[in-house]
Design a protein around this ligand. Structure first.
Ligand SMILES: C[S@@+](CC[C@H](N)C(=O)[O-])C[C@H]1O[C@@H](n2cnc3c(N)ncnc32)[C@H](O)[C@@H]1O
Length: 260
């Protein structure tokens, strides 16, 4: 399956489509549900910090980019109801349908909305949201600048974005960048803290802060990477990936920034 560079707009669409197909397939295979049920994979500390930074108040409008099956959006709904609104967008129809079902179950349908939308083409007016969040999604988007430009556009002045995602401490080996499974685990498209911060600043964000959670999540990420490296059944690739893993190439971070 093709993976594309951000400098080719057509390729960007193909990249997003290919990710969408893989993620849909995972929802089909209940892959995502399986991982959600594995407490090890719940980004507990980063999520806790995300909520602290968001400082949600009743009545706020919040956007969740790549909301998946809506777990965080439902938690946000509880904090911003009865007059607020949390909108989750995702490329996956199955994710959106699961989120809609959860909203019904948790009785927060009146404050939630879930839309099948690409993060790089948001269908909202300028200056619309008080907060934007994203969890493990930016690493899946090839045109990260476009994603951050869109987030900035829909945020109100003084609004805040809080995201957490996989980051790299070393350049990713080619075998990792080119593997769909590693890509879909938010690793193959991850970038360094410096690059992520630079893109956010270039997009127009101010007061960009970073909280490093690498020590908390590296073991978990390494497990996913090593399992896949074994599955590749290619000794050269395996050794290349293991070198990256041993040198602590992968990490995890929370990014907080504001719009002026
Ligand atoms: C690793 S999952 C994270 C889901 C959710 N944020 C969570 O933490 O449970 C990544 C999600 O991002 C979505 N995604 C990937 N690229 C996207 C894009 N360009 N626009 C919107 N959603 C996207 C996928 O469909 C998937 O549901």
């Amino acid at each position: 399956m093709k993976k594309c560079t951000s400098c080719n707009p057509k390729a960007e669409i193909e990249a997003d489509e290919s990710i969408k197909n893989i993620v849909e397939e995972k929802y089909d295979r209940e892959y995502y549900t399986k991982y959600k049920d594995n407490s090890e994979l719940k980004m507990g500390k980063a999520k806790e910090r995300l909520f602290r930074e968001l400082n949600l108040q009743s009545g706020m409008k919040v956007l969740d980019i790549g909301c998946g099956s809506g777990e965080t959006a439902i938690n946000i709904a509880e904090k911003i109801k009865p007059n607020g609104r949390i909108i989750g967008v995702d490329l996956s129809s199955q994710g959106i349908e699961a989120a809609q079902r959860s909203a019904k179950i948790f009785n927060v349908e009146n404050v939630t909305e879930f839309q099948k939308t690409n993060a790089t083409e948001l269908q909202f007016p300028n200056n619309y949201f008080d907060r934007v969040i994203s969890e493990c999604v930016i690493s899946l988007i090839s045109d990260k600048m476009k994603a951050f430009t869109e987030i900035l556009r829909v945020l109100k002045g003084k609004g805040k974005v809080v995201i957490h995602d996989v980051i790299t401490w070393l350049p990713l080996p080619r075998s990792m960048k080119e593997d769909d499974e590693i890509y879909c685990n938010c690793v193959g498209g991850a970038i360094s803290i410096e690059d992520n911060t630079r893109i956010m600043k270039e997009a127009g964000f101010v007061n960009v802060q970073v909280i490093d959670f690498s020590d908390e999540y590296r073991n978990l990420l390494n497990k996913l990477i090593v399992v896949r490296a074994i599955e590749m059944e290619d000794e050269e690739k395996f050794q290349e990936i293991m070198k990256f893993v041993r040198k602590k190439g992968i990490g995890y971070a929370l990014f907080i920034a504001e719009k002026t």
